[in-house]
Ligand binder design. Structure first.
Ligand SMILES: C[S@@+](CC[C@H](N)C(=O)[O-])C[C@H]1O[C@@H](n2cnc3c(N)ncnc32)[C@H](O)[C@@H]1O
Length: 333
């Protein structure tokens, strides 16, 4: 299950980067600088990062519809009996609080649009939507019929869940995430979309998707009933997990799917040219914000998926740097 990436010996420069990152004040400075560069770059390509965050923070400006404070939303969505897995309560993406805070939750959409703007230089900030639509094209081609019950594992602030709702407006969709902060933003975004649609004098171009159910939980132990979904989708999550959690979530997805249901996973493609040619010191820097990248890169996903009881998976490139895996749960003969 090893890939050449994790086996590559560290270069002198990557060792220096590792040593520098181990010095806390230096690492902090580097993070601040990287963050500033990301915000400036985003705003220069038409993603109004700071305005977006400010608009979310002050949702009170639309108080007629949204009369609950963020903290009230958080309390409402938090599952008090959930215990966070230790691998989750660490720093991610340059945020000391990892995924458990308002700033990461309110910035994730801008970050996603900014990072994916590099995928197709001519698309710029529309790259994120294009990546999601390529995933859905592959899914559409692979599924024998439109799924009626869909689970989006690691739904974050809802970007992947809303894309599912747009493609399958008649489906009952559940978005599940370990961060109640992300879920609060996702819920607000869906209420906001509904409220805008109700206020619009124009009839909607498409039927409004069903309301989404937002759940606070771990993808590997959802507590949801056996065989209760036709599609389990997981978009840009597995690179954030240690292998043990990925293996557990594959078993959980298998349990949750009805026979003949599908599991679909979209994430970084370790064998793409971009990753293969990453200078080792850049990879070291990347791993400082994505702590389980080695686990992800070195896992043979097709083998793991089959080991969880699925039929052999198809894996295909999705754009220049990502891949989509789709596998069916066998139907009884
Ligand atoms: C990079 S975000 C992707 C969010 C979303 N799927 C999207 O496409 O924008 C990864 C998300 O996975 C969530 N996550 C990570 N580990 C998880 C786990 N074990 N169970 C549920 N959610 C998890 C994080 O909280 C975060 O919201």
């Amino acid at each position: 299950m090893n890939s050449s990436l994790s086996a590559a010996p560290p270069t002198f420069l990557s060792r220096v980067v590792s040593l520098l990152l181990a010095i806390k004040p230096l690492a902090h400075l580097a993070k601040q600088k990287a963050r500033q560069m990301m915000i400036t770059r985003s705003e220069s390509i038409g993603v109004p990062w700071r305005d977006n965050t400010q608009a979310l923070r002050s949702k009170g400006s639309e108080a007629v519809d949204f009369d609950r404070t963020w903290d009230q939303d958080l309390a409402h969505l938090t599952n008090p009996s959930l215990t966070y897995p230790p691998y989750y309560i660490i720093s991610f993406h340059g945020y000391d609080e990892g995924n458990l805070g308002w700033l990461p939750a309110m910035e994730v959409e801008s970050a996603s649009r900014s990072v994916h703007a590099k995928l197709w230089p001519d698309l710029g900030a529309a790259g994120d939507a294009h990546l999601r639509s390529l995933y859905h094209d592959s899914l559409h081609a692979a599924l024998p019929q439109a799924p009626r019950r869909i689970l989006d594992l690691g739904c974050g602030a809802g970007l992947s869940t809303f894309a599912l709702g747009d493609r399958y407006p008649e489906a009952a969709i559940t978005g599940l995430d370990l961060s109640p902060y992300f879920l609060a933003v996702a819920q607000y975004r869906s209420q906001q979309a509904l409220s805008q649609q109700l206020r619009s004098p124009e009839p909607p171009a498409h039927p409004a998707p069903n309301p989404i159910r937002w759940l606070h939980g771990a993808a590997e132990t959802t507590g949801l009933p056996d065989q209760s979904f036709d599609l389990v989708s997981i978009f840009l999550v597995v690179h954030e997990l240690p292998q043990s959690a990925t293996l557990a979530l594959l078993g959980e997805a298998h349990r949750l799917l009805a026979p003949g249901g599908h599991f679909a996973l979209m994430d970084m493609n370790p064998s793409c040219e971009f990753v293969q040619k990453l200078p080792p010191y850049v990879l070291t820097l990347l791993k400082s914000t994505e702590p389980y990248l080695d686990d992800y890169f070195s896992l043979d996903l097709a083998e793991a998926v089959q080991g969880a009881g699925f039929e052999p998976a198809t894996i295909a490139a999705t754009g220049p740097r990502h891949r989509t895996l789709i596998a069916a749960k066998p139907s009884p003969a």
